[in-house]
Design a binder for this molecule. Structure first.
Ligand code: NAD
Length: 420
């Protein structure tokens, strides 16, 4: 699916142009958003367990610090490259603006397959990466978090390295998504999936759909896809007809046993090896075009493309992954009347609770899970309403509307700050 010509940063710029045009912004008002503030590339040397040395490229891109410290995850994946990291950083700027939290956008990554490293190698690589990008990050400057291929343990090592480099001060606010014992927030691990569930619930309300009658297909059973599936099934009572991982997908028209599938996957199983009566194996591509009301791509970018968009059968696409729909595919879906709720809104629950984690770290005072979930819900519901309002006002699709909401805030802040 990863196509050589696909450049996600160019796609982001096209989306910004479209939204700016729709709300009548001049090029000079928003052109700065096409120029990330800072791009750092680092070479990482890793001493392997067998004594040999492997080399990896690492990146950190700070797209914008206009409205606050840069914020965004760290991805460990062999496909990581600078254009991908630039796009992911840019999306973070727009995501934080659409939910109106005081952050800019950043993102980082290492071109590595973490599954090929031992735990000790993963720790050494993480510490090397944290040290290499340490000159440009910090709690008031740029705050990393988990993304594809990284997790709370990696954030713990990252935080420990930052604290050691700070001469031994405890710096929990250097990174979010840590374990709770080290200043992580209750509710952070499930936050992105919980936010997706909130958006799906709001869609059902707005379009008069009975949640229990809705059928949902979800690509990806990682942190985001897995939690989204679990909450949509348990709290909304919808039928989850399809789920997948990197090895392929499973489909059952009448609904899958989400709990059982997640415990199979979380126990280290691959879905190609999952078998139950009545459950069919499908490819990731077949999942995307399966019969459902809501399709939730929650794996990687560039999944719904010009090739398969014409076959998508869902009424709604909720982008839990970042950038799963190409610009060309977006046009095709729009023409076919399929409403796409964009990543910068749909998966913003994670960054909202990351923001709460950082606030709690700064206060050194911690909230209950109920408080975290309640405050996150409030922000997500308000952002959903802002986007829907902009879509009505500008007669636009939801992605354009979300960018209009974000652009209005970013352009206002730029004017207020000025530059030299
Ligand atoms: P993860 O690593 O926990 O899970 C990724 C899932 O995608 C796994 O099920 C994996 O098997 C599957 N996958 C990997 N390669 C695939 C391929 N080529 N085809 C199909 N499936 C594939 O990652 P995650 O944290 O769940 O992130 C998923 C998406 O959500 C990413 O786009 C990420 O940027 C975005 N996101 C994550 C967070 C967060 O808090 N973790 C927040 C916002 C957005």
């Amino acid at each position: 699916m990863r196509d050589e010509k696909y450049n996600p940063f160019n796609e982001l710029c096209l989306t910004i142009d479209k939204a700016a045009k729709a709300c009548g912004l001049g090029k000079e008002d928003y052109e700065f958003l096409k120029h990330p503030e800072r791009e750092l590339k680092v070479a990482l040397s890793l001493r392997r367990d067998d004594g040999s040395v492997s080399y990896y490229d690492g990146y950190r891109v700070q797209h914008s610090s206009l409205c606050g410290p840069c914020k965004g995850g760290i991805r460990y994946h062999p496909g990581v490259n600078v254009d991908e990291v630039k796009a992911l950083a840019g999306w973070m700027t727009f995501k934080c603006a659409v939910v109106n939290i005081p952050y800019g956008g950043g993102k980082g990554g290492v071109a590595v397959d973490p599954s090929e490293l031992s735990e000790a190698e993963l720790e050494r690589l993480t510490r090397a990466y944290a040290a290499a990008i340490s000159p440009i990050i910090g709690p008031q400057r740029d705050i990393p978090a988990p993304d594809v291929g990284t997790n709370a343990q990696i954030m713990n090592w990252f935080m420990d390295t930052c604290s050691t480099l700070a001469g031994g001060s405890f710096v929990p606010g250097a990174v979010t998504g840590k374990d709770v014992i080290l200043g992580g927030s209750l509710g952070r691990k499930e936050a992105t999936g919980r936010g997706v569930r909130t958006v799906v619930g709001e869609i059902f309300k707005r379009y008069g759909i009975k949640p229990k009658e809705a059928v949902v297909a979800i690509q990806g059973t990682g942190n985001v896809g897995g939690v989204s599936a679990a909450l949509i099934a348990a709290e909304l009572g919808s039928t989850v007809s399809a789920m997948s991982d990197v090895s392929g997908g499973v489909y059952r028209e009448k609904g899958l046993d989400v709990k059982e599938i997640l415990s199979f996957v979380n126990g280290g199983g691959l879905l190609k090896d999952y078998s139950r009566e009545g459950v069919q194996h499908v490819t990731n591509d077949e999942l995307l075009t399966s019969e459902c009301d809501v399709l939730i791509p929650a794996a990687l970018e560039n999944q719904i493309t010009a090739e398969n968009a014409k076959d998508v059968k869902a009424r709604f696409v909720v982008e839990a992954a970042n950038g799963p729909t190409t610009v060309e595919a977006d046009v095709i879906l729009g023409e076919r009347g399929i409403k796409v709720f964009p990543d910068i809104l749909a998966n913003a629950g994670g960054v909202v609770v990351s923001y709460f984690e950082w606030v709690q770290n700064n206060m050194n005072y911690y909230w209950s899970k109920e408080e975290v979930n309640g405050k996150m819900r409030e922000i997500m519901v308000r952002a959903f309403a802002d986007v829907v309002h902009a879509a009505d006002k500008y007669s636009s699709d939801m992605r354009t509307a979300a960018y209009i909401v974000a652009l209005a805030r970013l352009v206002k802040a730029r004017k207020a700050r000025g530059f030299f």
